[in-house]
Design a protein around this ligand. Sequence first.
Ligand SMILES: [Zn+2]
Length: 258
Amino acid sequence: MEELLKKSNEKLIQENRKLREKLNQYEKVYPPKECPICGYKGIEFLPFSNIIHKEVMCPACYSHDRHRALWLYIKENKEFLKDGNRILHFAPEIIFKDLFTSNDVEYHAVDLNPGLYTFADEIVDIQDIPYEDNYFDFILCSHVLEHVPDDNKALSELYRVLKPGGTALILVPLNGVSYNLPYDESKTVENDEYNTPELRKKHYGQHDHLRLYGSDFKDRILNSGFEIESTDFIKNLGLETIERYALVRNDKIFECKK
Ligand SMILES: [Zn+2]
């Protein structure tokens, strides 16, 4: 009996070792994916709506690739969360709440129409920000401007309330990155005739977007007074990190300085 047990134990250990080897080989080809925000580990992220990148949403915390990239950015640039800093966050995602409120910063979570995945302590129209000039050290405005009627006014308002030396992170969905619509990717598409949810979805990619940004979006930023320090934070993370966190290599985080 004892001999039999010993044998079956050895067999189990052997099988276990073989499985481990197989798993190691598999992980070399398909390294496990990871969410830096919630710690999810698994073989995949989920697609979302008609966004061309297929691994958008974290199955555990519902973060999108851009949130994971922003999370890594803020973790790498901790000076933004320095005690006493004033932070303005538009359309604030709930998954960022703890990150921003765990420090002794003056954090303003603002939105005009808080949605399902956002929260807001203040109702603010980005085209008319109720704060004095040069007030904020750090501004985060991700995927907001495509919903705003006068985005140039919004950009000049962001510029106005940012302190000299401060940083604004601005992200928008870009044609050729988020969507693959049949337009010249260097030019923003904006047409008064696309005025129904159906037409907007068809031409701009989403029913409530008011334009489809091309790579000329940077000119709107520059025209508002900002300098663009960098756009390539994600690309510069390197392929291994990009794949592990299912980021989009050619997506741009516009790091804007005043
Ligand atoms: Zn997650």
